[in-house]
Design a protein around this ligand. Structure first.
Ligand code: AOF
Ligand code: ZN
Length: 355
């Protein structure tokens, strides 16, 4: 399953809103073929693996998601596995998708042995945005990415935050951006950092992520990179509904869309209404703190760099302190080195599909 998951991840940035799926065919415990869902609308993982296997009769298929039972853009994977003579299917988790689900029952009805739940948490974490998208239509899956010094600052006392983290971390961030529907920042980050919020890594996303600025007061500087490039890369500014008309008049001429919302929860609802299923928030501290305080962060990507600033802009300017006994533990999704930096990925709550 670890191998199937690693394969599935190769579809990152290319398959959304479909899930990431990888499949491995084994004979007597030895992998004989594998495949993954590489492109939206293209072959599913199981079909890709079967296409690379001369004779799948008697094999076991290990797959990160329940094989589909529907005729969508491609024929049902459950039928393909049955027709190929696969005798056992091991899946990480059910597909909650209304159209596609039901593969397990179809496989079992055909006499295929099915095991569900192998490395279910890992698979659910990998497809968090997809699972969220199916189960929670009221807002996008929200991930917060922060790069901090080892003592927890996102910027020095002068506000400078460029190059806290190293090259490997920056590459990772570009990879990360490619897999999200939208990338968001607070108005102050636009002022201070003048970010481009574009994807400039190895993965070219099928859909360029929408750039979103949260600016309650509507005051977004019009001389920055975001506004200057708004005619090339879709850019949305979410402002308080009372100032939406004024902000639209100011920013609309640069090709920026302006939408009004009352508070962060409402802003997220508006985004979901715009088709955004997953949002990567990249700062700053105030927006991060406000989202965390409101319980609106589902995942945290924390990049910690081995530099000591001794002061500066705190990463987590949250205000809702709780006693240790009442603190909610987050679950660790990933921990790894990014060159000299350290990545920690934690989820507030995993959206596990029913088995
Ligand atoms: C699988 N294997 O590799 C994937 C599955 O639009 P379609 O026809 O490609 O179908 C997409 C749906 O199929 C998607 O929403 C999800 O429910 C399922 N994805 N299923 O058996 C795969 N990618
Ligand atoms: Zn399928």
């Amino acid at each position: 399953m670890a191998r199937a998951t690693a394969l599935a991840l190769r579809g990152w940035g290319r398959v959304a809103p479909n899930p990431l799926v990888g499949a491995v065919l084994l004979r007597d415990g030895t992998p004989v073929a594998d495949g993954f869902h590489a492109e939206y609308g293209g072959p599913h993982a199981e079909a890709a693996a079967l296409a690379r296997c001369d004779d799948a009769r008697g094999t076991t298929c290990v797959v990160t998601l329940e094989p589909c039972a529907h005729h969508g853009k491609t024929p049902p994977c459950a039928d393909a596995l049955i027709a190929a003579g696969v005798t056992r299917v091991v899946i990480a988790g059910r597909d909650p998708g209304a159209e596609a689900r039901g593969g397990v029952e179809r496989l079992r009805a055909a006499g295929v042995e099915v095991t569900i739940g192998t490395e279910a948490r890992e698979a659910a974490a990998m497809n968090a945005a997809y699972l969220w998208g199916v189960a929670r239509p009221e807002r996008p899956f929200v991930a917060l990415k922060l790069a901090t010094s080892v003592d927890g600052f996102i910027a020095d006392v002068a506000g400078g935050s460029k190059w806290i983290s190293g090259e490997a971390a920056r590459e990772f961030v570009h990879w990360l951006r490619a897999g999200f529907d939208a990338i968001g920042v607070g108005r102050r980050t636009v002022e201070v950092d003048d970010p481009a919020l574009t994807v400039r890594g190895a993965v070219v996303p099928r859909n360029v992520p929408l750039r979103v600025v949260f600016a309650r007061d509507g005051m977004v500087p019009s001389d920055g990179r975001l506004i200057a490039t708004a005619s090339e890369t879709a850019t949305l500014v979410i402002v308080g509904s009372g100032v939406a008309g004024r902000a639209a008049a100011q920013l609309g001429r640069f090709g920026v869309r302006v939408l009004g919302a009352d508070g962060l929860g409402d802003a997220l609802r508006v985004l979901r209404g715009e088709g955004v299923r997953s949002l990567l928030v990249e700062g700053g501290g105030q927006l991060a703190g406000a989202l965390l305080d409101a319980g609106l962060v589902d995942r945290l990507y924390w990049i910690q760099s081995p530099i000591w600033l001794g002061g500066g802009v705190t990463a987590f300017g949250t205000r809702n302190a709780v006693p240790l006994g009442e603190a909610l533990p987050w679950s660790v999704v990933e921990r790894r080195a990014l060159g000299p930096d350290t990545l920690l990925v934690v989820d507030r709550e995993l959206c596990l599909p029913a088995s």
